[in-house]
Design a protein around this ligand. Structure first.
Ligand SMILES: Cc1cc2nc3c(=O)[nH]c(=O)nc-3n(C[C@H](O)[C@H](O)[C@H](O)COP(=O)(O)OP(=O)(O)OC[C@H]3O[C@@H](n4cnc5c(N)ncnc54)[C@H](O)[C@@H]3O)c2cc1C
Ligand code: FES
Length: 338
């Protein structure tokens, strides 16, 4: 079916059963997206004309009020007639090619009791071209896939770095912690997602909000910004439960010493007595608001558990952050094929 994007006027065809997002990416049109399974709401946009069927999605990603306003999730919408949609396109991602590649586990490194650093080596002569902040999908057997943010700047692409939290009962993270060996072979697809630094508004200060292993893409964004001598100012808030969960504690402190435009505030939600914590306590998004009650002049990049993203999104919009200046990747659980 024919799809036209407004306001750009770009047009492409979907194959039978294909979603608007799948077809758009295949044709090289970059609509905003993250989870690709109807959970995060990043791909939300308006249907201006035509009919679609919507595959399964999480009601919090697309509310009743959204439906009434003619909004839908492009990652779940399959056109039944020619359609016209309203969506923002992202120009900078257009030269990025999504590949499926094999990779070998070069190193497994325990960073915290429940965080593993996985370093992946690509076949010789292969490089992954990506934008700092993007993620890859590890392809498991039976069509299952799990997303992980790339934690290193694209300039340092000798090995790909992932930070993986052990989810109790989790299929893939359990395998990483319990049985994966160095030299194991994996397959992945990537780079994916539209969580990367927008350069068109370089004057505005940036707030980075990381929850747990949501630190991974922030590390990539910041290392890239430092390597390219970005003039922007960055304030990183990293939320975790206790001190051991801030799993690379020296790194942000080193950035703060070396880069005048960078500030760092760690925030713990449940510090234990043994942590002897003197720093900020509570929800990490609340710490941002305590320091920046008015967000009208900022760009915010957030990454981590869905509950953190949801709480931050609502509170930040109330504090004046324009909707198109919040960029996020929510670490949604995958919906496995049945
Ligand atoms: C764009 C993106 C980037 C990501 N990046 C990272 C990253 O950098 N680092 C990282 O650690 N993780 C990241 N994730 C999360 C990651 O993809 C996996 O979801 C996570 O590792 C768990 O996978 P698993 O196979 O171990 O667990 P699964 O087998 O998927 O199951 C996890 C467990 O949680 C339960 N569960 C399932 N759904 C829910 C739910 N909605 N709420 C609560 N419990 C549920 C299951 O029953 C099971 O017990 C990212 C996710 C996305 C979408
Ligand atoms: S809901 Fe469509 S990309 Fe997440």
């Amino acid at each position: 079916m024919r799809v036209r994007i407004e306001p750009s006027g770009h047009e492409f065809e979907t194959s039978p059963g294909e979603t608007i997002l799948e077809a758009a990416l295949r044709e090289g049109f970059h609509l905003p997206y993250s989870c690709r399974n109807g959970a995060c709401g990043t791909c939300k946009g308006r249907l201006l004309s035509g009919d679609v069927t919507l595959q399964d999605y999480e009601p919090r990603a697309l509310t009743q009020a959204d439906r009434q306003a003619g909004r839908l999730l492009f990652c779940r919408a399959v056109p039944q007639t020619p359609v016209v949609i309203e969506a923002r396109e992202i120009g900078v991602a257009k030269d990025i090619i999504i590949k499926t590649l094999p990779a070998r586990v070069a190193r497994l490194e325990r960073l915290a009791p429940d965080v593993m650093r996985l370093l992946l080596k690509l076949p010789q002569n292969e490089r992954l071209q990506y934008l700092a902040g993007q993620y890859i999908d590890i392809l498991l057997k039976d069509g299952r896939r799990r997303g992980f943010s790339l934690a290193n700047a694209p300039e340092a692409d000798e090995l790909l770095e992932l930070h993986i939290r052990h989810v109790p009962g989790g299929l893939f993270s359990g395998h990483v912690f319990e049985s994966m060996q160095e030299r194991a072979l994996l397959r992945f697809e990537g780079p994916l997602g539209t969580f990367f630094l927008r350069e068109d508004n370089a004057a505005r200060p940036v707030i980075l909000l990381a929850g747990g292993t949501g630190f991974a893409p922030m590390k990539a964004l910041l290392e890239h910004a430092f390597l390219t001598h970005s003039e922007r100012s960055f304030h990183l808030y990293w939320g975790a439960r206790g001190v051991p969960d801030l799993y690379l504690p020296a790194l942000p402190q080193q950035w703060a010493r070396e880069h005048a435009g960078f500030r760092y505030t760690p925030v713990l939600s449940q510090p234990g007595a043994q942590d002897q914590w003197q720093g900020r306590v509570g929800y990490v998004h609340a710490a941002v608001l305590a320091d920046y009650p008015d967000l009208t002049g900022h760009d915010v990049y957030a990454c981590g558990p869905p509950q953190m993203i949801e709480a931050a999104r609502d509170a930040f919009y109330k504090a004046g952050l324009p909707e198109d200046r919040l960029y996020y990747d929510a670490f949604e659980y995958a919906r496995d094929p049945v």
